[in-house]
Each structure stands twice: as structure tokens, then as C-alpha cells.
Design a protein around this ligand. Structure first.
Ligand SMILES: *Cc1c(COP(=O)(O)O)cnc(C)c1O
Length: 309
């Protein structure tokens, strides 16, 4: 059977002294366990893109990413599972031997192509797109990181798997596409908090607003009033847990990830979910959450099942 958005997502209630002391509940929604080869949230982001590509008769998917990108990994595997040819446009030069992400992507059939950093920055320009068309023919384009209105729609469906009575919903933010899905998909009564993994994460507030608008446009106008209200009310972004920037790490963060694993047997990655959980526990220490609140953290994956980083 093909992976589906309705596949149940395991949810784990954490037992922890600090949570007990502060009278809080913290559940972890394990999208990382659902389709590990589709890398947690990336499956939900890809789903409606793949569906649209099929409906429009495309046989090729082209997308962009860094050499260690979870989105590239997930797209390569999704191509194999859902029967598309895939082309991965990678930022920078080729490094041999290929890292485990790219060698796996290639093994499952992805064509890998490199753009130097200058050209990569222009990847959405008509010139570069024309060059790619010439090289690869007709393709369905999925943006870097996979975030667009289809991705928002797919991530909105994660909300149907929340445990009852959630007060706070927390996730890591790269582009903000996943957070936007949770914002538009979940009840207004819950607060959504994104944790930026990039330095200078303030820009994500505008990105999320843009994603909400483009999602809104893709819907019938009936729903738009309700979603407009959600846009202004019930979400925020934490910008202090980037640890120096994207993919930057500190000994403190790596220690936290080790201890978290020893306590809860839940693996976290240092790029996204490690920063998320570090941030949640720091906010708990600082009494950010009101007593008796039920917090749900989305484990968005990122621990690639090929190797331990
Ligand atoms: C890609 C990724 C994210 C970021 O998702 P966005 O929709 O870009 O904000 C979060 N966590 C993990 C593990 C990811 O791979």
C-alpha cells in the first residue's frame, strides 16, 4: 500500500521530573516513525505536490536542496515509491565520494545535478529555469525545502492526528511551511509556536503570512474568512534557539540531544528537532507555559535512517 496522509501517527506522552514539577503535559507526535524513508514532515509536504504532478501528467519531478537536505532524500524516495523520475539540483560542487544522502538518492534513481552557489541563488530566475528545461525536458517543479500551498495543505492534515485537548503545538521551522500547515489545520483554541533553526528568524513571520495567503488563494473563497482570523491570532515564532544558525551546533545542544535520548529513547537531530526540544524545555524552565497546559511537539524527522550523524 502507498503511504497516505491518514496513516496513524504514534503519539508519546513524556515522563519527566520537570514536567511533573511544573504541572505540564508534553506529548510528542512522531511523524519520524511513520515513513522514515520519507523523512517525517517531508512526506506531508510532498503529498499534494505529487498528486498534482500525477493529475497534470508529469513523469518528472525536479527540486532543489543542499547536499545534506532531508527534502532531497525524501523526494528521491518518494519518486521511487510513487513512480516518478526525480532530478535533484544540488547547491555547490560535487564532492566525491558522495555523502550518504546523495549516494542513497542516486541509488533510488534520482539524477543529481550541481549548480554553483551563484547560479543556485538565481535558481528561480527565468534564465536558470530555461537552462534546466533544456537539460531535462518538461518537469514538475517543487521549490527548495518543498514549501508551497500544496505543502501547507498536506501539513494541515497532520492536525487530524493530534491528541485531544492540546493547548500548545510546537514545531521546528526552516521555511515555515510546516508551521503554516499546523496553523491553518488546527483549532483556533490552540497556540502554534514555531522554533526557528536559522539565525535572524524574524523573517519567518512574513514567510508564514505569505504561505497562509497562497494557501488561501488555492482554496474556495468560502473558507477564507475563518483562515484570515487564524492568520492574526494564534501563532508565534521563537527566534532564540538557532545555536548560531542553520546546521550550526554547540556542545550544549549535542549534550541535550544525548541526554534526551537516554531519558526518553527518542532520537533528535541537531539541525531541527534538537533545537525544538531544547527550546521547549528552556521555555518550561522559564515558566512560559501556564500550569496544566498540554503541549504537543511535532517530531518532524531528520534522523536519516541510513547512518547516525
Ligand atoms: C525540513 C525540516 C523541517 C522544516 O520544515 P519547514 O516546513 O521548512 O519549516 C523541520 N524538521 C525537520 C526534521 C526537517 O527535515
Amino acid at each position: 500500500m502507498l503511504p497516505s496522509l491518514n496513516t496513524p501517527i504514534p503519539c508519546q506522552l513524556l515522563e519527566d521530573e520537570l514536567l511533573q514539577k511544573r504541572n505540564l503535559k508534553l506529548s510528542v507526535l512522531r511523524t519520524d516513525l511513520v515513513f522514515p524513508m520519507l523523512s517525517g514532515n517531508k512526506f506531508y509536504k510532498l503529498f499534494y505536490n505529487l498528486q498534482q504532478a500525477k493529475q497534470e501528467g508529469f513523469s518528472k519531478i525536479l527540486t532543489f536542496g543542499g547536499a545534506f537536505s532531508n527534502h532531497i532524500f525524501a523526494t528521491a524516495n518518494a519518486g521511487k515509491i510513487f513512480d516518478f523520475q526525480t532530478i535533484g539540483i544540488i547547491r555547490g560542487e560535487e564532492h566525491l565520494p558522495l555523502n550518504p544522502v546523495l549516494s542513497h538518492a542516486k541509488k533510488v534513481g534520482m539524477q543529481i545535478y550541481y549548480l554553483n552557489r551563484t547560479a543556485y541563488r538565481q535558481k528561480n530566475s527565468p534564465e536558470i529555469l530555461a537552462q534546466l528545461q533544456k537539460e531535462f525536458g518538461n518537469f514538475f517543479l517543487i521549490p527548495e525545502g518543498g514549501s508551497n500551498a500544496n505543502a501547507v495543505q498536506g501539513c494541515a492534515e497532520i492536525s487530524q492526528h493530534f491528541p485531544p485537548q492540546t493547548d500548545f503545538i510546537c514545531c521546528a521551522c526552516g521555511t515555515g511551511g510546516t508551521l503554516t500547515g499546523l496553523i491553518v489545520g488546527s483549532p483556533l483554541s490552540s497556540q502554534k509556536i514555531g522554533f526557528s533553526v536559522l539565525k535572524g528568524g524574524d523573517f519567518l513571520r512574513d514567510e508564514v503570512k505569505k504561505f497562509i495567503r497562497s494557501y488561501q488563494k488555492s482554496l474556495s473563497s468560502n473558507n477564507s474568512k475563518e483562515i484570515n482570523e487564524k492568520l492574526i491570532q494564534n501563532w508565534s515564532i521563537q527566534t532564540d534557539y538557532h545555536f548560531g544558525g542553520y546546521a550550526k551546533q554547540t556542545p550544549d545542544l549535542l549534550n541535550f540531544i544525548d541526554e534526551f535520548y537516554q531519558k526518553h529513547q527518542i532520537p533528535l537531530d541537531p539541525i531541527y528537532t534538537g533545537k525544538l526540544f531544547y527550546g521547549i524545555f528552556d521555555l518550561i524552565e522559564k515558566d512560559f507555559f501556564p500550569k496544566k497546559a498540554h503541549i504537543v511537539a511535532i517530531h518532524t524527522g531528520g534522523v536519516i535512517p541510513l547512518y547516525s550523524r
